[in-house]
Design a protein around this ligand. Structure first.
Ligand code: HEM
Length: 477
């Protein structure tokens, strides 16, 4: 039964809840975010749903998202198989944890990434190195074929983006020859297209884990995660074996130090499993999102050669073509920075935030929200809001420029809002900027002859992806 005062929404049927109407709308519109947008137009900024066992509220629009994200009553993260199977059937990591456990762990990770991880070699140097490595890999291809190379662009960035994070976490750099890593990234990307942020069949209808594990996606979900745990565990074990208390090499060492210091304290939130879960969260939240933003960005750069030329003209005037770009050039390259912001908007304009959970009975915008309700954060409703952006569907970096300076509107919320706000924002923005700038400084990207411009229709999933597309890469004219 719908609780009294619960936000309006589609009818709740026995067992299925509102799943049928939502699935139908999703089929008709092609995307969960468009289906949710239509529900929001019909019912308002809060739409109440029941999907299987989950009671959900879709939160849309700037005001509703800002209020929900800034109130402690909504600081919880969802419970259930989808969110816990990935971390050994426990609530571990940062993305999907809450309460004092999350507060302590988040604080620790943030401090270490700032003071230790970012500090030892500055973040700027890390990001520059990896953007340079990617540019070099293009160079190697072009030296063999100077007239131009056609290469898939949607997945060009994953490895190099992950390296910026992994160097800080574990002093590790991967190369395209690390086949297990490349396979894992591909498997995860693939799995992400078959799930969505608001849940999976096997978490909404938990019985399916037992009666239809393959059909409900449960088997695949568990198998891929077990493979990822094994992969990450090797690095953690290597750190434990070579640990030297007098030499902190990276985040993993500092974390292991904390495990040792708090050993014996039954209340300690530090453990090897939690370190593994943090690495997994970083692996997923840290590289996927940034590389997909770049994937969207380059898709639009192919569709808009004039934007590409403007970025190149700006870089030529400020940095030139020879000196390697540095992160410290960013304030002098406002148009390029605006292209990075717009790339992230195009990605998160099709992707939901990480869901929250009401930790007690409460009210939001006049509606009753019972404890344990999952709050689905409809970020596209803000980033694609016509009343905010005018022409949100268009790739128009100028929207972030005023009198030649970057101005970011309050409604720019791709990293969420409040205490759970993304802790990788600085790194993510730096990466999207540096990778875009470093490639455009040296190369032109065009639609390959005979191919249509890449489609702006995306692939739905936990996070949105572009459809696979190629670019003709040449040295700059
Ligand atoms: C363009 C890239 C990125 C986007 C759009 C993005 C977006 C988000 C969003 C929307 C949230 C949820 C906030 C909420 O629950 O209200 C989040 C959380 C998080 N992100 Fe990111 N993110 C990006 C890159 C990164 C990177 C590079 C890292 C790694 C350093 C990272 C680590 C995290 C973590 C650990 C959380 C959980 C924070 C918490 O609940 O305390 N993200 N991100």
């Amino acid at each position: 039964r719908k609780p009294r005062g619960f936000p309006p929404g589609p009818d709740w049927l026995p067992i299925l809840g509102s799943a049928r109407e939502l699935t139908q709308l999703r089929k008709e519109t092609g995307y969960l975010y468009v289906a949710c947008d239509q529900l929001a137009k019909k019912y308002g900024p809060l739409v109440g749903l029941r999907v299987g066992k989950d009671r959900q509220v879709i939160v849309s629009g700037y005001e509703a998202i800002k209020e929900m994200s800034s109130r402690d009553e909504f600081d919880g993260k969802p419970r259930g198989p989808l969110y816990e199977t990935r971390t050994f059937n426990m609530r571990r990591g940062l993305l999907l944890t809450d309460s004092d456990f999350w507060v302590e762990q988040r604080r620790f990770v943030l401090r270490q990434l700032r003071e230790f991880g970012f500090g030892r070699r500055t973040m700027g140097a890390l990001v520059q190195d990896e953007a340079g490595e990617l540019a070099r890999s293009f160079d190697v291809m072009l030296q063999k074929k100077p007239e131009g190379v056609i290469r898939p662009m949607h997945d060009a960035f994953g490895l190099y983006v992950l390296n910026t994070l992994w160097t800080m976490l574990a002093s590790v750099r991967y190369t395209p020859e690390d086949t297990e890593l490349v396979t894992l990234q591909a498997l995860l990307n693939d799995m992400f297209t078959r799930l969505d942020m608001a849940g999976a069949l096997f978490s909404q209808f938990p019985l399916l884990q037992y009666v239809a594990p393959d059909f409900s996606g449960y088997t695949e979900f568990v198998t891929i995660h077990q493979r990822l745990w094994k992969f990450l565990r090797v690095e953690i074990d290597r750190h434990i074996e070579t640990y030297d208390p007098n030499e902190m090499r990276d985040f993993m060492d500092v974390y292991i130090k904390s495990i040792k210091e708090t050993a014996g304290d039954p209340k300690s939130s530090f453990s090897e499993l939690q370190l593994l879960a943090i690495c997994m969260d970083m692996f997923m939240a840290g590289s996927e999102t940034t590389s997909k933003s770049l994937g969207f960005g380059f898709l639009y750069l192919l569709r808009h050669p004039e934007v590409q030329q403007r970025v190149q003209a700006e870089i030529d005037a400020v940095v030139g073509r020879e000196r390697p770009l540095e992160l410290s050039d960013r304030p002098n390259l406002p148009y390029t920075d605006a292209v990075a912001l717009e790339s992230i908007r195009m990605f998160m304009g099709r992707t939901f935030g990480v869901p929250h959970r009401a930790v007690k009975d409460t009210y939001l915008m006049g509606h009753f929200i019972p404890k344990e309700t999952m709050m689905v954060v409809n970020i596209p409703s803000v980033l694609m809001d016509k009343s905010v952006w005018g022409d949100p569907e268009n790739f128009r970096p100028d929207r972030f420029l005023k009198n030649g300076k970057v101005v970011i509107p309050d409604e720019y919320l791709p990293f969420g809002y409040g205490k759970h706000r993304c802790l990788g924002e600085t790194l993510a923005r730096s990466n999207v900027f540096m990778f875009t700038a470093a490639l455009l400084q040296k190369f032109d990207f065009r639609v390959p002859p005979g191919e249509a411009p890449p489609s702006t229709q995306c692939v739905d999933g936990v996070t949105a992806a572009t459809v696979p597309y190629n670019a003709l890469v040449t040295y700059r004219a």
